[in-house]
Design a protein around this ligand. Structure first.
Ligand SMILES: Cc1ncc(COP(=O)(O)O)c(C=O)c1O
Length: 417
C-alpha cells in the first residue's frame, strides 16, 4: 500500500506508541513501572459508581449515550469549568474561554499544530520547550518535521540523592533567535516525566517572554492544578492573558472517558471548536456528564485534596524510600525532586550501557520502565544525559513497586562501572 507522508509518519514506531504497546501487552510477571495509567483508588471509583448509578436511575442515559453534544462541549459544563478556573486563579474567566476536547492529548495535537509549521509568507515556526525533559506524547504530534526547539535545563544537585531542573534563563538571551523561530512556548506542569513543577517565578518568567515575543504560552496541567492537583510542593495556579492551558479528567482516574478542557483566548477556543467539529464532530459525552456532576457538587475538591493528592504523595515517598534503602552504594544515582505527578525520574551516572540498551535487559529481568531518550524533543543528540535517565511510575501497588525497584537495582549494579 502506498501512503502519503502523513500516513508514513505513523508507520514507524513512535515513543508514545511503544509505551502504549507495552502498557496494553505486558510481559507475563513483569513489574509495570512504565505506564501512565492513574491508580485505581477505591474511594475515587466509588464516586464514579455513584454518579453513573444516579444517571441510570434518573433516565438521563438516553441523552448521554444517544445524542451528539455541541462541538464546543456542554454549555453548562463550560460555565462550571470557567467558574472553577476563575476561583482557583483569582482572575475572571468566561465560558467563551473554555473548550471541551476528547482528552488533552487531542487538544495538544490541535494546539501544537495551530502554533507550529508553515505561517504566512512561508515562514516556518517551531514549538519551544523552555526546559527539557518534556512529555513524550508531544514528540510525534506535529504535521511538519523538525518542529521543536528546546533548551537544556540548569541541573541543581540538592543533596547526594536528589537534584532539580531549572529553566536556564540565560538561554533566552544568548539564543535570541528563538523569538523568530518559535510559534509558541510549551511546558507541562508538573512535568511528565520528571515530576518537576516549574516554580511560580519560572512560570511568570515564561509568561513575560511569551508576551514579549507575541506568542502563546501553552501550559499542560494534566497532573496539576486544579484537578487532579497532584502537586506536593508549594506553588500556585496562575492564569494570565497570552496563556493557553490544558486540563484533563484522565489523571483523576477517568482516562477511559477521554475528556479534556482548554482555557485560552476566545479566538483560539473558537478555532478549537471548529477543528473539533471537522475531526471528531463533537467530543464524547459520558465524561462531560460525569464532570458536570462532579464539578457542580464540589465533590472534586474533596477528592483531589483529601484522597488523590495524599495517595500519590505517600507512593512517591515509598518508592524513594525503597530505592534509598536497597540500591547499592556503588551506584552513582540521583532522583529528581518529586514535586508532583506519578513518576520518579532517575539519573544514573556510571553505567557501562545506555539506558536504551538496558531497556530490553530490564524487560527480560521482569520490569518495565521508560528510557529517558524519548523525552528530549529537539535536543542536542550528543547530550549524554538523555541516555542516563529513566522514568519510573509509582502508581502500582506497593508490592509491585518494591519488587520492580529491586529488579532495577540488580540490573543497574551489574552494569555499573
Ligand atoms: C503531560 C501529559 N499531558 C497530556 C496527557 C494526555 O492525557 P489525556 O489525553 O488522557 O488527557 C498526558 C498523558 O499521560 C500527559 O502525561
Amino acid at each position: 500500500m502506498q501512503y502519503s507522508q502523513f500516513g508514513q509518519k505513523f508507520k514507524k514506531q513512535t515513543g508514545i506508541g511503544q509505551l502504549m504497546h507495552d502498557l496494553g501487552d505486558p510481559p507475563p510477571g513483569a513489574c509495570m513501572l512504565g505506564g501512565g495509567n492513574p491508580a485505581s483508588i477505591l474511594e475515587v471509583t466509588e464516586v464514579w459508581k455513584e454518579i453513573l448509578s444516579k444517571q441510570i436511575e434518573s433516565g438521563s442515559l438516553k441523552r448521554i449515550l444517544g445524542s451528539y453534544e455541541s462541538p464546543a462541549g456542554i454549555q453548562e459544563l463550560r460555565e462550571c469549568v470557567a467558574s472553577i478556573l476563575s476561583e482557583e486563579s483569582g482572575t475572571r474567566i468566561s465560558e467563551n474561554q473554555i473548550s471541551i476536547t476528547n482528552g488533552s492529548q487531542n487538544a495538544f495535537y490541535l494546539l501544537l499544530n495551530f502554533f507550529s509549521g508553515k505561517f504566512e509568507n512561508d515562514r516556518n515556526k517551531k514549538i519551544l520547550f523552555p526546559i527539557l525533559p518534556e512529555y513524550i506524547g508531544y514528540t510525534d504530534q506535529t504535521l511538519e518535521k523538525d518542529s521543536f526547539l528546546s533548551f537544556q535545563p540548569i541541573i541543581q544537585e540538592i543533596d547526594s540523592y536528589s537534584y532539580k531542573y531549572f529553566i536556564d534563563k540565560e538561554k533566552f538571551k544568548t539564543f535570541s533567535d528563538w523569538r523568530k523561530q518559535a510559534g509558541c512556548i510549551c511546558v507541562s506542569r508538573p512535568t511528565n516525566p520528571t515530576g518537576n513543577v516549574i516554580t511560580d517565578a519560572e512560570l511568570e518568567f515564561l509568561i513575560t517572554r511569551a508576551k514579549e515575543a507575541d506568542i502563546p504560552l501553552l501550559v499542560d496541567n494534566a497532573y496539576g492544578y486544579p484537578f487532579p492537583g497532584v502537586v506536593f510542593e508549594k506553588s500556585s495556579f496562575i492564569h494570565k492573558p497570552g496563556m493557553i492551558q490544558g486540563f484533563s479528567l484522565s489523571k483523576l482516574g477517568l482516562p477511559g472517558v477521554r475528556t479534556g478542557f482548554v482555557l485560552g483566548d476566545s479566538e483560539t477556543i473558537e478555532l478549537l471548536h471548529k477543528a473539533n467539529s471537522v475531526i471528531n464532530l463533537t467530543s464524547a459525552s459520558p465524561g462531560q456528564y460525569i464532570a458536570l456532576e462532579l464539578f457542580r457538587s464540589g465533590e472534586w475538591r474533596r477528592l483531589c485534596k483529601n484522597v488523590i493528592l495524599p495517595y500519590y504523595q505517600k507512593k512517591s515517598e515509598f518508592a524513594r524510600g525503597v530505592i534509598r534503602q536497597n540500591w547499592s552504594s556503588n551506584l552513582d544515582y540521583r532522583i529528581h525532586q518529586s514535586d508532583g505527578a506519578f513518576f520518579l525520574w532517575v539519573w544514573v551516572k556510571n553505567l557501562k550501557l545506555t539506558v536504551s540498551e538496558l531497556y530490553p535487559i530490564l524487560k527480560e529481568a521482569g520490569v518495565i520502565i521508560v528510557p529517558g531518550k524519548t523525552f528530549f524533543p529537539g535536543s542536542d543528540q550528543s547530550w549524554s544525559h538523555r541516555e542516563e535517565c529513566f522514568r519510573l511510575s509509582f502508581v502500582k501497588e506497593e508490592k509491585e513497586i518494591e519488587e520492580g525497584i529491586l529488579r532495577i537495582g540488580r540490573v543497574l549494579e551489574k552494569f555499573s562501572k
